[in-house]
Ligand binder design. Sequence first.
Ligand SMILES: Nc1ncnc2c1ncn2[C@@H]1O[C@H](COP(=O)(O)OP(=O)(O)OP(=O)(O)O)[C@@H](O)[C@H]1O
Ligand SMILES: [Mg+2]
Length: 329
Amino acid sequence: MTDTVVFSHPTGDGPDVALERFEVPDGPDREARLAKVPRPDPYYVDLGMLYRFASLEAVRRSAPAGFIPMHVAVRGHMGTGKDHDIEQFAALLGLPYYRIPLTGEVRDITLIGSTKLHGDGMGGTESRWEDGDITRALRGPAIVNLSELNAAGAETLFALHGLLDRYQALDLPTGETVRLRDDVRVFGTMNPTDLRDYAGTQTLNKAFADRWVIWEKGFPSKDELHEMLVRRYPDLAESYAEAISRLAREVNESFGSRDAGTRVETPMSLRTTLDRIPVGLRIHHATEDPLRSAWEEFVLPHIDTYDRDHYETVWNAVVRNGPSEQPFG
Ligand SMILES: Nc1ncnc2c1ncn2[C@@H]1O[C@H](COP(=O)(O)OP(=O)(O)OP(=O)(O)O)[C@@H](O)[C@H]1O
Ligand SMILES: [Mg+2]
């Protein structure tokens, strides 16, 4: 029996997409793979990305033989939930999830593999091939998330060119060819380099970029932030949910502003909004202005000194004085 997952259109303006879940076949690494299937996050609010992933997946499944699969790279600012979307897609499809960060440090031997020396049990050594992270992931059903694509060095990316184009395989130095299986999906995430600096990132090599469909992920709207907050903290007072979601929205609007004199240089990530501020509210629940205390201790320290004035401008415009009631019911 195979199960089916149904993906609904975020605004109801499109048909449902129903997809059969993947099966992890028997094999020596079945248990290890099953352990890599993520759990659905009960606090996850789908802002439409899962539906887009599912729509592309449905096209792929109905495509004629010889179809060259497309790989999706999600591009968006820090903490907009890119990796989380891909992980939740893996959870729903029942696919083992391999998140492989491509930082500037990572070498292709870490990703592809290398020959290592082992004791042969008789006092000597023998050399044996050991799969790297990507190779291991490709050997069975998987969603491979190459995160921070644009932080990778050029030689790392060249090693992946063949995998991502018509050739659909990785050639190992051992002579083995590891093909892209029918039950493997490759995703990526990256930060945009056009607007602000993310240390260690660069514009994507054009030939590499051409191997992906690039989908932009924007900042969530005020209503979406509000929904995420109340889903995660059902006892959070409405006045706080409202103030926090407005603050985050306004800061992020200011981040996108063209006016260098007033714009903030650091966006307010989902980690700040959903994790840090609520912790601050719990700690400071008994102070006169819990939101202000949380802001001072859990938001401002993340902001460069020269940028604090801009953050405070948004604070004054949106909140000035936080709610006076207790944050949690
Ligand atoms: N759709 C969502 N619903 C609820 N919570 C979310 C959602 N998306 C992300 N989050 C929360 O926000 C946090 C940040 O998400 P994630 O790590 O995916 O961001 P990212 O875009 O990959 O950031 P970075 O560019 O910094 O790597 C996660 O820990 C998760 O708890
Ligand atoms: Mg990320």
